[in-house]
Design a protein around this ligand. Structure first.
Ligand SMILES: NC(=O)c1ccc[n+]([C@@H]2O[C@H](COP(=O)([O-])OP(=O)(O)OC[C@H]3O[C@@H](n4cnc5c(N)ncnc54)[C@H](O)[C@@H]3O)[C@@H](O)[C@H]2O)c1
Ligand SMILES: [Zn+2]
Ligand SMILES: [Zn+2]
Length: 367
C-alpha cells in the first residue's frame, strides 16, 4: 500500500515534447485501482496537447489509450481482481447522473476526467511533492496509473495488450461513431476524411456495419493503402478533385460522412460530401476555441444532420468487450493500426511521426 515510483512521459506545459522522468504514484483510494501499464497508444488528442492546441493542467503525464494489469485494489472495489487484464476508459462517467442513468455515459454531467483529475478532483500523481496530472485522468504513458475501478474494463487474457490499449480510445471512438452515433446500416454509402488511428477504426466499423461503397480520403498515400486493408472500397488522395470524385462514386453524395482529422478546412466541407438528408459526423477535434463556419442555409435546404461524436457514443463496459471479441474472432484487423512498438524513451519520435502523418499508431510497450 505504499506509494510507487514510476517512469512517465511528462509534458511541462510548454514546448512540444515530453520529458521522461520519475513520478510518485500514490496507492489507490476507495473505489480505485492501481494498474501496472503494459501498453499505451499515442493518439491525435495527445498531440493536440503537445502542440499547444488544447490547454490542460500541467505538468501532465500524457497518454489516455492504455491497457495493463490490475496490481492493487482500493477499498470497496468489487468486480475486479489483482491480475486482471484491463483497458482504460478516458471518459470517466460518474454512473449516477441522469445521462449515465439513461445509458449515455459519454454525456456524463459530472465528468471530471477532461480536467485531468480523479472524480474527487484530486490526483494520485506527484513529483518532488508537487501535483502531476494524468491526461484525461488516465496518464497511460507511465509504468503505473490509478483510475476509478469503473474505468478499468476487464479484457480477455489472450488479447494482446497493445490491441487492448487501442480499444481504449481510437477503436472505441471510431467504431462507436459508426455503430452508436451514426447507426450506419447495411448498404449505406460512406466517406471517411482522415485515416489515422481514428479514421481507420471508422473504416473497420463501416465494414462491420455492411456499408458500401466506403470511400477513404487522406493526404498521405501510405494511409490510403492501410485504409483499403481496413475496409475502404475506394481510396482518394485529398486534392481539389476529391469532392467531385465522391459525388461521382456515390451518385450525388454519400449517406454518411465522417471527419477524423480535426481540421478547420475539412470539417466545414463535410456536409458537401453527403446527399440530401444525409448525416455528417464530426469525430476529429480542432484546436480549442475554433469557430468553424457552415453554410447553414444549405444544411437546412438539404436537411443535413450534423452529429458530434464524443468517445464513439459508447458504453465502454458494453463496447470494449465486444471489440475484443470481434478482434479475437478475426472480424477486426486491429493489428494494422499499429506501425511501431516503442519504449517510453522514444515517445517524442512517435509524436514527430504522427505529425508527419505517414504511419499509423505508435504504441509504447512497457517491459
Ligand atoms: N471525438 C472523439 O471522441 C475523439 C476521440 C479520439 C480522438 N479524436 C480526434 O480525432 C482526430 C484524429 O485522431 P488520430 O489519432 O486518428 O490522429 P492522426 O494524426 O493519427 O490521424 C490524422 C489523419 O489525418 C490525415 N490528414 C491530416 N490533414 C489532412 C488533410 N488536410 N486532408 C486529408 N487528410 C489529412 C493524416 O495524414 C492522418 O492520417 C484528432 O483530432 C483527435 O483529437 C476524437
Ligand atoms: Zn485518443
Ligand atoms: Zn454521470
Amino acid at each position: 500500500m505504499t506509494a510507487r515510483t514510476s517512469a512517465a512521459a511528462i509534458y511541462s506545459g510548454t514546448g512540444d515534447e515530453v520529458e521522461i522522468d520519475r513520478i510518485e504514484v500514490a496507492a489507490p483510494r476507495r473505489g480505485e485501482v492501481l494498474v501496472r501499464m503494459r501498453a499505451s497508444g499515442i493518439c491525435g488528442s495527445d498531440r493536440h496537447v503537445l502542440d499547444g492546441e488544447w490547454n490542460v493542467p500541467s505538468p501532465t503525464v500524457m497518454g489516455h489509450e492504455g491497457a495493463g494489469i490490475v496490481e492493487e485494489l482500493g477499498e470497496g472495489v468489487t468486480g475486479l481482481a489483482v491480475g486482471d487484464h484491463v483497458a482504460l476508459v478516458w471518459n470517466q462517467a460518474c454512473g449516477g447522473c441522469v445521462n449515465c442513468q439513461s445509458g449515455t455515459p459519454w454525456a456524463c454531467t459530472d465528468l471530471r476526467s477532461n480536467e485531468c483529475v480523479m472524480p474527487d478532483g484530486t490526483t494520485r500523481l506527484s513529483r518532488s511533492g508537487e501535483d502531476v496530472f494524468p491526461y484525461l485522468a488516465v496518464g497511460s504513458m507511465s509504468e503505473y496509473a490509478v483510475v476509478p475501478a469503473s474505468a478499468a474494463i476487464r479484457m480477455p487474457e489472450e488479447l494482446p495488450f497493445d490491441i487492448a490499449a487501442l480499444i481504449g480510445c481510437s477503436v472505441n471512438t471510431g467504431i462507436g461513431a459508426v455503430l452508436n452515433n451514426a447507426r450506419v446500416t447495411s448498404g449505406e454509402s460512406a466517406v471517411v476524411v482522415g485515416c489515422g488511428g481514428v479514421g481507420l477504426s471508422i473504416l473497420m466499423g463501416l465494414r462491420l456495419a455492411g456499408a458500401h461503397p466506403i470511400i477513404a480520403v487522406d493526404r498521405n498515400p501510405g494511409k490510403l493503402e492501410l485504409a483499403l486493408r481496413a475496409g475502404a472500397t475506394h481510396a482518394l488522395l485529398a486534392d481539389d478533385a476529391t469532392a467531385d470524385e465522391i459525388q461521382r462514386i456515390t451518385g450525388g453524395g454519400a449517406d454518411v460522412a465522417f471527419e477524423a482529422i480535426g481540421n478547420s478546412r475539412t470539417i466545414p466541407e463535410l456536409p458537401s460530401h453527403v446527399r440530401v438528408g444525409g448525416r455528417a459526423v464530426l469525430v476529429g477535434m480542432p484546436p480549442e476555441g475554433s469557430m468553424i463556419p457552415f453554410d447553414v442555409l444549405d444544411l437546412c435546404y438539404r436537411g443535413i444532420t450534423i452529429i458530434a461524436s464524443n468517445y464513439g457514443g459508447s458504453v465502454p463496459a458494453r463496447d470494449f468487450p465486444r471489440y475484443a471479441a470481434l478482434y479475437l474472432a478475426g472480424r477486426l484487423p486491429l493489428d494494422l493500426l499499429i506501425s511501431n512498438r516503442i519504449p517510453l524513451e522514444e515517445a517524442n519520435g512517435a509524436f514527430a511521426a504522427m505529425r508527419a502523418g505517414a504511419e499509423a499508431r505508435s504504441v509504447v510497450l512497457f517491459d
